[in-house]
Design a protein around this ligand. Structure first.
Ligand SMILES: [Zn+2]
Length: 442
């Protein structure tokens, strides 16, 4: 893969030229489980609208290289050749963690070092999890919102994404004195279906602006469910996960290590944190709705509405449940085993004591009737290792204002939580069949 950099009036362009052993498609597992899908290379160029006075000299060449890799990695064959040479150290780290070559090497180039007065950069979406991260990080951190634009010449047949609520969140954050940057980009269209395909795709603006605004670490709103891979095999130490392993090493090589304030917190915790903050008014999980008006027509709306009720200790009435179970998108997700973010549904159900038949069936299916879910309300302290020592005390203090730390029993329950019971279980298959039948009658 050859990558050509271009920059004009702050608009950074990456152009990708394929070589013989590069790939044009790859397969992924959708929703982490079972279903497979093909992702293909769509556009061989993308642009990122940075401040007007930003030039190719505004970022260390290793940062440019890391940004390029974050956009195109799954399509790279045995090597990637860039417009500007990388340091020896970056080359060696890349080779070590990916087995691939990154060229050319500039032997005179020293590795990037963040200045002492630097702060964290956060990939901010306006949603619950990255808002929780913004609350826990020092107030001097910068929030970078990726403002998605459709490239010229591409006609989207259908798009559900509505960024209005996110723009409103960015403006509201600014009014509260936070450093917010909305960076326009068509980066998701490098692949088809459009989206992010590496752990760092949504952090490309932060990486390119790391020297310009002075960043010393990279934060995002990834939660415990993603970090510790709650799945069939249960708890996986986050640092052993292949994703974190590769990208964390590359980030360290540009002196911008991960700073992950929410990786030890489940979605139950991040919701609790946002609900108890002044940011609640403008934070919206739903990416399809309008300002302060979630669509109420997607799985996220289903999950977040119920979770909020539970956390506020409000009664979940049958009328609300009837309405929520009619959401087609939610029906599709709930009929799969395990459900996407099933642990959150388990938590909600474990707090439900009403008589709604579909809800009680969901409670059975997700084991809300038998599992101790207290761990989901608490912080997994071992995740402190994903926070640079400079920020550990601050973030620890902030977390303790909102949630408790897991005790030994909670840790055990967290580690034992998995979906193994779904393999060859007639009992759970029957709950699922009944649920599907109930949905078909709605
Ligand atoms: Zn929605």
């Amino acid at each position: 893969m050859k990558v050509i950099y271009e920059c004009d009036k702050g608009v950074m362009k990456f152009n990708f030229v394929l070589e013989v052993d590069d790939k044009t498609s790859y397969t992924i597992q959708q929703n982490s489980y079972k279903r497979r899908a093909t992702v293909s290379l769509w556009r061989r160029t993308c642009e990122i609208h940075l401040p007007q006075d930003w030039t190719l000299h505004s970022a260390h060449p290793d940062l440019l290289a890391l940004a390029a890799v974050s956009i195109i990695y799954p399509f790279i064959g045995s090597k990637i050749t860039l417009s500007k040479g990388v340091s020896n150290d970056f080359h060696n780290t890349f080779k070590k963690v990916t087995g691939k070559e990154i060229l050319p090497i500039d032997p005179k180039l020293k590795p990037r070092k963040a200045r002492a007065d630097s702060v964290p950069a956060l990939a901010y979406s306006g949603g619950v999890d990255s808002t929780a991260a913004a609350i826990l990080l020092p107030k001097s951190s910068h929030l970078l919102y990726m403002n998605r634009m459709t490239p010229k010449g591409i006609q989207l047949q259908r798009t559900l994404l509505n960024q209005e609520a996110a723009y409103f969140a960015c403006e509201s954050m600014k009014k509260l004195g936070r450093n917010v940057h909305s960076i326009k980009t068509d980066l998701p269209f490098v692949r088809k279906p459009a989206g992010f395909h590496t752990f760092l795709s949504d952090s490309v603006p932060s990486i390119l602006l790391a020297d310009y605004y002075r960043f010393d670490s990279l934060a995002n709103g990834h939660t415990l469910e993603e970090g510790y891979q709650v799945g069939y095999n249960g708890y996986l130490d986050a640092k052993e996960g292949p994703v974190i392993k590769v990208w964390a090493e590359l980030l360290k090589a540009v002196d911008m290590p991960y700073c992950l304030p929410t990786i030890g917190l489940s979605e139950v915790c991040t919701s609790k944190i946002v609900m108890n903050s002044p940011y609640e008014k403008f934070t919206q999980a739903c990416s399809r709705g309008k300002i302060q008006r979630p669509s109420m027509n997607c799985y996220k709306c289903f999950r977040k509405t119920l979770l909020e009720k539970v956390l506020k200790k409000e009664t979940i009435d049958d009328q609300l449940l009837n309405r929520l179970f009619k959401i087609q998108d939610a029906q599709h997700v709930l009929a799969v085993s395990p459900i996407h973010f099933e642990n959150v549904i388990t938590y909600i159900c474990s707090k439900y004591n009403g008589n709604h038949p579909t809800m009680n069936l969901l409670k059975k299916k997700t084991r809300g009737d038998i599992l101790d879910t207290a761990w989901m309300e608490k912080w997994n302290i071992s995740s402190i290792e994903f926070i640079p020592s400079k920020y550990q005390q601050h973030i620890k203090n902030e977390i303790s204002k909102y949630v408790e730390t897991m005790n030994k029993q909670d840790e055990e329950n967290m580690k034992n939580f998995n979906y193994k019971h779904l393999t060859n279980s007639a009992e759970y298959a029957s709950y699922n069949a009944k649920l599907k039948e109930l949905f078909s009658r709605l």
